[in-house]
Ligand binder design. Structure first.
Ligand code: AMP
Length: 145
């Protein structure tokens, strides 16, 4: 099942998984990769993706989805410890009409701060890679592995 066609094997997240594109890595295991969003909606905006080639929620099998959401919770706890936001938003978009821009399944972990408004989804202001690397290291150090 798929919204809007087949999986594109050269999408940007596929390239990140293959090591052909850089990322500010937070966590990696056999099945999952997590890294900082390059256009963060807030400080600490982190993505969690499966390594399997699936476009969206409708394509993923239940076992992989369960593993993915468990890892997402584990990483969200790390984000919470690292940045101490007052809230955390979890988002996941399916199909361009719904706002999806990268067609490889992913969860967004978006810290929400009482004193800071969120930037919009799909922003155009790319974060500084060195700062993203620092943020990734802070979250990685806060993970309960
Ligand atoms: P979505 O719009 O839900 O498909 O989310 C895609 C997310 O990927 C957006 O929040 C983008 O900011 C983010 N993004 C796009 N390219 C990169 C990249 N090279 N590294 C990290 N995040 C990216």
């Amino acid at each position: 099942m798929s919204l809007e066609g087949a999986y594109d094997p050269v999408n940007i997240f596929a390239k990140i998984i293959q090591g052909k594109m850089p990322c500010a890595k937070v966590y990696e295991d056999e099945d999952v990769l997590s890294f900082m969003d390059a256009f963060p909606q807030s400080r600490g905006h982190t993505l969690v993706i499966p390594k399997t080639p699936v476009r969206n929620l409708l394509d993923v099998d239940a076992e992989m989805l369960q593993m993915l959401i468990e890892r997402t919770q584990m990483i969200a706890k790390g984000v919470q410890r690292a940045f101490l936001p007052e809230g955390i938003i979890l988002t996941q978009f399916n199909g361009a009409v719904a706002g999806q821009t990268v067609f490889h399944l992913h969860f967004h972990i978006i810290p929400a701060y009482a004193d800071t408004e969120l930037s919009g989804h799909g922003g155009t202001k790319m974060a500084d890679m060195e700062q993203l690397q620092r943020h990734a290291a802070i979250v990685a150090a806060a993970l309960d592995l």
